[in-house]
Design a protein around this ligand. Structure first.
Ligand code: FAD
Length: 316
């Protein structure tokens, strides 16, 4: 089923995002998270995709060997395992980085064989240590191009022109949006124009970057509507958990932290109480978003279910 059908419901849906476990770890950590959150009737579960990292390893002869390492492989396998074990839709993320257009076509054909019809199409983060995004050879430079390729496959247009069977795929495509602007965009207006291009190319809904100030989300939705973007805009939320996040979240995600939140966190004596502040803040955010009729609340769990469980108990 396409998750866009779920958005037709008048109630605010519950959704969450999981990271594939670190290489060598067990898939049971994923199932534990799902088991704890499934009583709140999640509408769908996203599974992130992680790009390779470049490492230079000493070879012993004085020379360095360049290695490509992926710390969190397994997105497609995990999505398929979730789909077969639970009666919940899965949304694997698909990125441009590290993929040629032919690799992308093959990855989508794998998903199609597995009966997975939902994808979140992203450009992907830069390789760690690289200043800007570098596409793969014959790969996409931005998510607009990736959405175009998936939409073309949905029309039965494949890259491999010698294919004898070109049965169209049937993917529902989601994309990312940034209420506080993507870090590389010149301004919010141009970022929203690029977002509109993703919708015009065939994306059917948007999931936002995390935010802690609901007014940023509401203003973003207003600007999107003004720009002619009429698809559902799902609110992305990540409960605040540690002192370190006071500096890390603005640095990594380019979001502002409201003064009231910062003041409450600074009053805390330890990370245990920061976590409680984060839960209370998220509950207040969710109540307001739900009252405003947002289509879904999408939690970035980062593999930790306990705080999201407490929030979901208060909201759903
Ligand atoms: P794009 O939509 O391509 O935009 C990137 C930048 O390029 C923006 O500044 C945009 O304004 C600009 N731009 C776009 N098109 C053009 C154009 N034609 N000309 C000029 N400029 C243009 N990363 C991962 O690696 N794996 C994940 O699983 C993952 N999941 C995510 C889930 C969500 C909900 C969100 C919000 C982000 C996620 N990310 C993930 C992070 C994301 O990959 C990064 O934020 C990345 O830098 C941008 O991805 P995008 O799809 O928004 O890119």
């Amino acid at each position: 089923m396409k998750i866009t059908e779920n958005f037709q419901s008048s109630k605010t849906l519950f959704a969450f995002e999981l990271l594939p476990p670190l290489k060598g770890d067990n898939i049971d950590t994923i199932f534990d998270t799902i088991n704890r959150l499934s009583p709140f009737d999640p509408s769908y579960i996203n599974v992130t995709y992680h790009r390779e990292e470049i490492k230079f390893i000493e070879r012993g002869d004085g020379l360095l060997e360049r290695r490509t390492i992926r710390k969190r492989p397994g997105t497609v396998g995990i999505a398929a395992a979730i789909a077969s074990k639970y009666n919940i839709e899965v949304v694997p993320h698909l990125i441009c980085g590290g993929f040629s257009k032919f690799d992308t076509e093959d990855a989508l054909i794998d998903l199609n064989f597995l009966g997975i019809n939902n994808v979140l199409a992203l450009r992907g983060d830069n390789i760690h240590g690289e200043r800007s995004f570098n596409p793969s050879q014959n790969g996409h430079s931005n998510a607009i191009e990736l959405v175009r390729q998936i939409a073309a496959m949905n029309r039965g247009e494949f890259l491999d022109s010698e294919m004898e069977i070109t049965k169209p795929t049937n993917f529902s495509i989601g994309v990312a949006g940034y209420p506080e602007k993507h870090s590389e965009a010149a301004n919010l207006a141009s970022d929203i124009q690029h977002l509109k291009a993703k919708i015009d190319a065939g994306a059917e809904y948007i999931v936002t970057q995390l935010f802690y100030d609901n007014s940023k989300y509401f203003e973003f939705v207003r600007l999107c509507r003004e720009a002619g973007i009429n698809v559902p805009i799902v609110a992305g939320l990540k409960p605040f958990t540690t002192f370190k996040q006071l500096s890390l979240l603005p640095q990594i995600f380019h979001v502002d932290l409201p003064e009231d939140l910062v003041r409450e966190v600074e009053k805390c004596k330890n990370n245990g109480s920061v976590r409680e502040v984060g839960i209370e803040w998220a509950i207040a955010q969710c109540r307001q978003l739900k009252d405003a009729g947002v289509p879904a609340l999408h939690f970035y769990t980062m593999g930790k279910a306990d705080n999201v469980e407490q929030i979901a108990r208060a909201i759903f």
